[in-house]
Design a protein around this ligand. Sequence first.
Ligand SMILES: *Cc1c(COP(=O)(O)O)cnc(C)c1O
Length: 359
Amino acid sequence: MINFTVGPVQSSDAVRAIGAEQVPYFRTAEFSELMLENERLVKKFAHSTDDSNVVFLTCSGSGGMETAIMNCLTKEDKALVINGGSFGERFVELLELHEIPFTEIKLKQGKALKPEQLSPYEGKGYTAFLLQKHETSTGVHYDINMVSDFCKRNGCFLIVDTISTFLSDSFDMAALDVGVMITGSQKALACPPGIAVMVLAPSALERIWKTKCSCQYFDLKLALKNQERGQTPWTPAVGVLRQINVRLKEIDESGGDKAEVERTARLAQYFRNKLKEYNLPFEIFSESLSNAVTPLHPTTQSAFEIFLKIKDEYGMWVCPNGGDMKNTVFRVGHIGYLTEKDYDQLIAAFVDLRDKHFI
Ligand SMILES: *Cc1c(COP(=O)(O)O)cnc(C)c1O
């Protein structure tokens, strides 16, 4: 199988080799050192300020989203949230559940965020802003500079879900004045699922220390105290954290986040050029693309049928969409351990399906 989904994605051989080893005991100086190295490298690649902190939570990315809300926001806040797809919708549901006052900016699927959609909220007393930098469900990459400028002007605390865009598209946490950045182990980090990573700027730390978190397991005060010495309050996904360590060092040795973003951009461009070259019956669904994924609207066949056919007859996974986009959109990912040759195989399968009049 070749996996072109957007998570879990394919891992390097070195990362996979760790998965075959016994899981070690972790209340040791060696594991603490590894965790502190993970923190240092995540900060380096996120371009956070030196006085930011990183925590590693044992949960998927959504756990990181909920943790950010439970620890950084209160009923005294007034939040703005961008909802352009299923992950934006998740932030909306979480704000409702935790009773944080908010206004939702709902976007049409596949559409970019425009300045005129933010301008009505200028100077209206908003204190927080939440969005996905890349709404993975529709493949829309928002203009984070525009959002960051809005937040700086309006004094909004900015929570950014970078789960699929960290290491795929450039990101500078300090320059953007982001309070919380969230990512997960199974997207561009290309490790198995199980760990959510959060980078917390001093503005977030200030909120965390004065906010009562009504969930013990995801109380960031406990996570932060433990991470000071490279530990976690509870048994973490030790094996995944060791895989993350190998992966972060691989990236560091091959040129850091910049080189990794460029590598992903080259793969995405290679695939997009091939789509045009072969004139395949797919339209690009998003107005504003990330390097992480190409969302496609097939014009001659159901997207879900294409996903099934590619899986069952060609041994490859493209990423199906759910809900009302099930039949209209599928996605091809560019994150994880993939090469141009892999895309040649996928394009050959599409061409074959066209020759057989399936698409
Ligand atoms: C994958 C993803 C998530 C989290 O999904 P989990 O299944 O909880 O890991 C959240 N936001 C975005 C933008 C994602 O791509």
